[in-house]
Design a protein around this ligand. Structure first.
Ligand SMILES: NC(=O)c1ccc[n+]([C@@H]2O[C@H](COP(=O)([O-])OP(=O)(O)OC[C@H]3O[C@@H](n4cnc5c(N)ncnc54)[C@H](O)[C@@H]3O)[C@@H](O)[C@H]2O)c1
Length: 298
């Protein structure tokens, strides 16, 4: 397997911009692609702003910042990614869109190009099957924000060749990440464990095992967690949790993943967490105050 020298990242949203940022900083030539130039301009602004912060904190030299920006180009044309050694897709989490993209990439890219998907919940195997090179496809699951989070789950499908897996593992290391190996099963490792944990915290509240502050304090102090599960749910968004939990429930067909009715009720009521100002906590208060159970009585 030839060395990976150049990367393309498709999708310049939250994740794609972050992945392009760390890849350019790590010395790769990167083409960042999206459907609209305005999205790419926004991503470039955010990448440049993030590099500036690293420079201010002495975590990056000004020369390295300039060099990284010089390695980064943007394009709205998929043809510009054709020569990349590795294409990482980070587009919207919709299987149909990803399948269409993989089919196009397969037609456009040089035969040796590897494809990686940053999907959180979709089947990488299904994406691999949309190409004529399923052995050259794997998952590369980054965490948000990619510039700060150390973990990458490298997802091996039953069709991924060892050479592809090894090459993507090496890229993860070069990006400064700690890769872990996972099979292409729903939720991989991290989401398979964290989503039921957060769901169970919601069930514990729903069934009256404890109040919001007590559940969070129990896990922080007893488990040495940096944040309680309900406060974490408010950060993630109760809607994002519901969607992820529902997906695991459907894919495994196992009742242990059944979303708590309280989670559904909160989403219906717009109690999505920090982004709507209220979830398990009321963010209009300083410090945020736990919301009483009463509004949730169903
Ligand atoms: N946000 C997270 O915390 C997180 C964490 C890990 C993995 N992921 C996964 O990363 C992927 C991207 O998530 P995100 O949060 O960055 O989404 P996002 O909505 O912020 O960005 C998606 C980008 O993809 C672009 N896009 C959509 N279709 C495209 C196409 N056909 N070609 C080119 N660009 C296209 C959109 O214009 C948008 O800029 C998803 O698969 C998601 O599951 C997200």
């Amino acid at each position: 397997m030839s060395q990976i020298q150049s990367l393309a990242v498709i999708g310049s949203g939250t994740m794609g911009a972050g992945i392009a940022q760390i890849a350019a900083a790590a010395g790769y030539n990167v083409v960042l692609s999206d459907v609209q130039q305005s999205f790419l301009d926004k991503a470039l602004k955010s990448i440049s702003g993030s590099y500036d912060k690293f420079v201010q904190k002495d975590k990056m030299s000004d020369g390295d910042r300039q060099a990284a920006l010089g390695r980064l180009t943007t394009s709205t044309s998929l043809e510009d990614v054709a020569q990349a050694d590795l294409v990482i897709e980070a587009i919207t989490e919709q299987i149909d869109a990803k399948l269409v993209l993989l089919t196009h990439l397969d037609q456009l890219c040089k035969p040796s190009t590897l494809f990686a998907s940053n999907t959180s919940s979709l089947s990488v195997t299904q994406m691999a099957q949309a190409t004529k090179r399923p052995d050259q496809v794997a998952g590369m699951h980054f965490f948000n924000p990619p510039a700060l989070m150390k973990l990458v789950e490298v997802v091996r499908t039953p069709l991924t060749s060892q050479a592809t897996f090894d090459a993507i593992w090496q890229v993860s290391l070069k990006l400064g990440k700690t890769p872990v190996e996972t099979r292409d099963t729903p939720g991989f490792i991290f989401n398979r464990l964290i989503i039921p944990y957060l769901n169970e915290a919601t069930w514990a509240l729903y069934e009256g095992a404890g109040k919001v502050a007590d559940i969070d304090a129990a896990m922080k102090l007893g488990g040495n967690m940096p944040i309680g599960p309900l406060a974490l749910l408010d950060l993630i968004g109760t809607d994002v949790q519901l969607h992820a939990c529902q997906a695991l429930f459907e894919q495994f067909g196992d009742s242990k993943f059944r979303p708590c009715p309280l989670n559904r009720a909160m989403v219906r009521a717009g109690l999505l967490g920090k982004k709507t100002g209220k979830g398990f906590y009321d963010y209009a208060q300083d410090p945020p105050k736990p919301v009483s159970m009463d509004p949730f009585r169903l």
